[in-house]
Design a protein around this ligand. Structure first.
Ligand SMILES: [Zn+2]
Length: 196
């Protein structure tokens, strides 16, 4: 994406790893396979992890973050590890994820999420609005409109170079036919917009 959301996310993942964090890097199961494949080429090997329930996340957290005690050595001191869960494309997840993340934060976990605030039609993703108040820090990435150079608040979806209609699926599909451009509100085109 033009605002470099995923590049920024990957940079943060690498920083956490350098700082000695034990990480789980994942995406919602709803993310289209083609898009996921594109993201996995960023060099973050765990990028292919997908979840579709709070149970999936809990399972990973226990596998990745709670080192199993050695039964043969009762005196073994569990290793203290810095733990982080990193989720990209969070806008595609179900709203259940808000509670799951809230629980993890209460347990002292470090969570990094990246997502788009609005869909291709310019409508907000409700999950982003619900996650925002949970965040200690919140970074909004901006781009410039490819047509006029002003601040681009919108993401223009093009299919075969033409603006995608209002009634097309909200989720990003990835793949060569579907491309995106940063655009300002004035240059954002969504044919078939109700009342438009
Ligand atoms: Zn413009």
């Amino acid at each position: 994406m033009a605002a470099n959301k995923s590049a920024n996310f990957v940079e943060r993942v690498r920083w956490l790893r350098k700082e000695g964090y034990s990480l789980s890097v994942c995406m919602p199961a709803e993310v289209d396979a083609k898009l996921m494949h594109a993201q996995s080429r960023t060099g973050v090997s765990e990028y292919a992890n997908r979840f579709n329930s709070a149970l999936d996340i809990e399972r990973w957290m226990s596998e990745v973050f709670e080192p199993k005690k050695d039964k043969d050595d009762p005196n073994e001191i569990p290793i203290r590890v810095k733990k982080a869960l990193c989720i990209d494309e969070v806008q595609d997840a179900g709203l259940w994820l808000v509670d799951a993340i809230g629980n993890l934060i209460e347990r002292g976990r470090t969570i990094v999420v990246a997502g788009r605030e609005t869909d291709f039609r310019g409508e907000p993703f409700p999950i982003m609005e619900k996650l925002r108040p949970l965040a200690d820090s919140y970074m909004v990435l901006t781009a410039v409109c490819v047509i006029c150079g002003r601040k681009a608040e919108r993401s223009q979806r093009l299919v075969d170079g033409k603006p995608a209609p209002w009634d097309s699926p909200v989720r990003e599909r990835g793949g060569p036919r579907e491309t995106y451009q940063p655009r300002c509100v004035a240059h954002h085109e969504v044919p078939g917009r109700p009342g438009g």
